[in-house]
Design a protein around this ligand. Structure first.
Ligand SMILES: [Zn+2]
Ligand SMILES: [Zn+2]
Length: 388
């Protein structure tokens, strides 16, 4: 196996960190224990510099190579946060925090980057500087954006940045990537439809916001099917629908719905946003209701830079042999997109074997993927900043 030998040796130790983090999941920006654990490990490795509190609870560390003749700086990123899910794996190291679970494998990503950091601090077999970014709040809070806003790219002079995510369904330790859009943008909307409540037996004396809401939902389905180019991609999903009534004999006054918009292109994204507002407003009016749309722009499209996709694939090839370089885009989103918008780089999928998908209560990160993931980070550094 072209796994770095030293990483085969440290595999058990890294797995221990991963399982510790798995048992102690934290949410959003509230990753204080996780960040402290990361800092403790980085201190043990003897990295050159550690800064905490970047992007609220993010950690940035610096490892200098044996030489620095070209002032090169490569950034490597991992996410630290978990999800508000009750774990159902039955593992002996399952979550000790009720209602919280590392169901997206960010415990694995953090441990993989720690494993790479340990290796790089030991060997320093490169010419330049590595900047490690451990970010909070990937799952919706925009920790990546906060770290960029706190100067992650500029302050540390990062010239190119790389990240990975585990992927169930791909063989463990294999890699898949594509140039261009890999993951979608993700926006949220909340629609409030106001009618006139009344007795359910006298609908003619009321204005039923539920009927308007039903037509709005159907109308929204026409955006992806009728308005967006069939060869482009868009998703409009209404995920929650609530009226202010919970009985069988009252017409409600107000009905609310929330949903998400996904796209792989910023023009499509803007177009869908405009159509959501038009359809909601006009349909509500047609059914004598008033509607308000609160549209929140979320994570941008994750776009791999062409050249850096090649570098990422070359490092993956050195680790795993064959690499898929044309994986279809995925309509999930990633706030690594904020880093890729600020700096060239690439994001790769790391095979996690068969099993439940991420965000499922029975999802399990496969510790056998650790040596491949950590070797990939190390290869990237050694290939992009070869030792003199
Ligand atoms: Zn996730
Ligand atoms: Zn994730």
């Amino acid at each position: 196996m072209p796994i770095k030998n030293r990483l085969a040796e440290t595999h058990a130790e890294i797995t221990g960190w991963r399982r510790h983090l798995h048992a102690h999941p934290e949410l959003d920006f509230d990753v204080h224990e996780t960040a402290a654990f990361v800092v403790e490990r980085l201190r043990d490795f003897g990295v050159d510099d550690i800064t905490t509190g970047i992007g609220k609870t993010g950690v940035v560390a610096v490892i200098k190579g044996r030489t620095d003749t070209k002032s090169r700086v490569v950034g490597l990123r991992a996410d630290m946060d978990a999800l508000p899910i009750e774990e159902a794996t039955g593992l002996d190291y399952a979550s000790k925090h009720p209602g919280k679970m590392h169901a997206c494998g960010h415990d694995g990503h953090t441990s993989i980057l720690l494993g790479a950091a340990q290796y790089l601090a030991e060997t320093r077999n490169f010419d330049g500087t590595v900047v490690l970014a451990f970010q909070p709040a990937e799952e919706g809070g925009g920790g990546g954006r906060e770290m960029v806003n706190d100067g992650l790219i500029d302050r540390w002079g990062i010239q190119e940045v790389y990240g990975l995510h585990n992927m169930p369904g791909l063989p463990t330790g294999s890699f898949a990537i594509r140039p261009g859009a890999l993951l979608a943008s993700a926006d949220e909307f909340e629609v409030t439809v106001t009618g006139k409540g009344g007795h359910a037996a006298a609908p003619h004396q009321s204005i039923d916001p539920n009927v308007a809401a039903a037509h709005i939902i159907l109308g929204l389905q026409s955006i992806a099917s009728r308005n967006v180019d069939p060869l482009a991609s868009a998703v409009v999903s209404v995920c929650a629908l609530h009226s202010d009534i919970d009985t069988h004999n009252i017409i409600p006054q107000v009905t609310r719905m929330t949903g998400t918009v996904r796209a792989l292109d910023s023009d499509v994204r803007d177009f869908v946003e405009a159509r959501v507002t038009e359809i909601v407003t006009a349909t509500a009016q047609a059914y004598q209701c008033e509607a308000k749309v609160d549209y929140t722009v979320g994570y941008p499209v994750t776009i791999n830079h062409d050249e850096h996709t090649e570098y990422a694939a070359a490092a993956a090839r050195a680790v795993a042999g064959d690499v898929i370089t044309d994986i279809p885009p995925i309509m999930a989103a990633e706030d690594f997109s904020f880093m890729l918008n600020a700096c060239p780089g690439a994001y790769i999928m790391l095979g996690n074997g068969d099993g439940p998908m991420v965000h499922h209560p029975e999802y399990q990160f496969d510790d056998e993927a650790i040596p491949a993931g950590a070797s990939w980070f190390v290869e990237l550094v050694e290939q992009r900043m070869p030792a003199q």
